[in-house]
Design a protein around this ligand. Structure first.
Ligand code: SAM
Ligand code: TMP
Ligand code: ZN
Length: 408
């Protein structure tokens, strides 16, 4: 019998299809020698037999993940800087053209998107609970509220600032298990013709690419057009547009409006049909995904073990939250991967969660190229592999594990 839990969207029954074992917090990098006990939880995912929402079986308390020392910086990728700049420009010429328009961003992080809005003189507010990244946004001249967005926050913003034309969240909504409170807040804060736009990793891409490392503590929900449509409907909202976007390994940008306010685009029906054809909401599809994940684990460990026996040096590239799932699920220890190179200051000099692989600054990689680089930041593959021509010229090879283990 598979384990079950209660759906955070509809109170239906969630049936487990994959167990990735005991896992640490994916962004809790360890200070060497500080002796603090790490927090572990069971990382497993299931699907609701009623509304089809895929979700974690166990929730991690939000204050353990999002706090003063949250290390992730959105501006660490040039491709993402362009992505958010383009979207800000699009909002400025479409949704934010009325009289004194107002945009609220949930999880604005270091201000990567709102900077362009602030520069254009449009009223904005970032809601960001993680103190140090919120400070970086504020330093860019963005109005930031250091807080978790939820119903009470939304009501307070509405009272102080009036209705929002756009509420936006990138790689944030899927992080929030208390969806009921969020959507109640959204309906109270949105103006009558406002839109709630969010983009998150897409279950369709995760299943197609076997990108199991999208599953970690912070990613609570794995959305599809179908499950988002159902979640919207239950809260007086309507899914009116979807757009597949190529960032972070395949995402969908969903647009919700108050029910009846806007006509859904053709793209919604098309994506729903695509999901039905792929049998995305069927348990057998997800069981096959779990079997593919096991194969990746076996192949990756076999490759790393072989390379170690041959005396080759393997270094990880990008101490991503995703890499916590890969290293802890597969059992990748520092004797298989010497260190992980990462450009984020708050990760450097620390050890990866759980497996304690040292995280070192980029110069250590560039100054002494290893034989192989294990690309944990595979979602930034084009950007990284283009920049690393010197590694390749020196005979270096990339190891990737999505959609399967391969060397190139
Ligand atoms: N939007 C940025 C991006 O796409 O790069 C940042 C994404 S980061 C992975 C997720 C962010 O959501 C974190 O900065 C975290 O502090 C924030 N967050 C988590 N829960 C939140 C909530 N309830 N309200 C607003 N932000 C939240
Ligand atoms: P992400 O996949 O969650 O965006 O995380 C990417 C991680 O990889 C982040 O810690 C920054 C790091 N990184 C590098 O070290 N070099 C790079 O060129 C890029 C794009 C990211
Ligand atoms: Zn449900």
């Amino acid at each position: 019998m598979s384990a079950t839990s209660e759906c955070r969207i509809c109170d239906g029954t969630v049936t487990e299809f994959i167990d990735l074992g005991r896992q640490p917090l994916s962004d809790a990098f360890v200070v060497p020698g500080d002796g603090k006990k790490e927090f572990f939880f069971r990382l497993a995912t299931g699907i609701c037999d009623s509304c089809t929402m895929v979700q974690l079986m166990e929730e991690v308390p939000r204050d353990l993940m999002f706090h003063e020392a949250y290390p992730y910086l959105s501006s660490g990728s040039a491709v993402m800087r362009t992505h958010f700049h383009e979207l800000a420009k699009r909002f400025l010429t479409t949704e934010l053209t009325g009289e004194d328009p107002f945009i609220v961003e949930l999880g604005c992080n270091d201000g990567i998107m709102l900077k362009a809005v602030a520069d254009a003189g449009v009223r904005q507010l970032g809601v960001e609970p993680s103190g140090s990244v919120a400070d970086l946004a504020a330093a860019k001249g963005i109005r930031v509220r250091k807080d978790f967005f939820e119903e009470a926050t939304a009501v307070d913003i509405r009272e102080n600032d009036g209705p929002a034309d756009v509420i936006y969240a990138a790689n944030t909504l899927c992080h929030i298990p208390y969806m009921d409170s969020i959507l109640k807040g959204v309906t109270k804060l949105l103006g009558p013709n406002g839109v709630f736009v969010f983009e998150d990793p897409y279950l369709g891409d995760i299943v197609e690419r076997t990108s199991f490392d999208q599953i970690y503590d912070e990613h609570f929900f794995f959305f599809t057009a179908r499950s988002v449509q159902e979640m919207a409907r239950r809260n007086g909202l309507e899914l009116v547009d979807v757009e597949r976007i190529p960032v972070h390994g395949g995402e969908v940008r969903y647009t919700l409006a108050l029910a009846g306010a806007r006509k859904p685009t053709e793209a919604v029906a098309e994506l729903l049909a695509w999901e039905a054809e792929r049998k995305l909401a069927e348990f057998a599809t997800l069981e096959q995904f779990a079997a593919n994940v096991k194969q990746i684990k076996e192949d990756l460990i076999a490759l790393l073990t072989k390379l170690r026996a041959e005396g080759k040096r393997v270094v990880g590239y990008g101490a991503t939250a995703k890499s916590a799932t890969v290293t802890n699920f597969c059992g990748i220890t520092p004797d298989l991967v010497e260190f992980i190179s990462d450009t984020t200051p708050a990760k450097q000099g620390r050890l990866s969660p759980g497996q304690h692989i040292p995280v070192r600054e980029y110069q250590e990689f560039a100054g002494d190229h290893p034989d192989y680089a294990l690309l944990f930041a595979w979602n930034h593959a084009d950007e990284i592999m283009n920049a690393e021509q010197a590694f390749r010229d020196a005979g270096g090879q990339w190891i990737r594990y999505v959609p399967n283990v391969h060397v190139s």
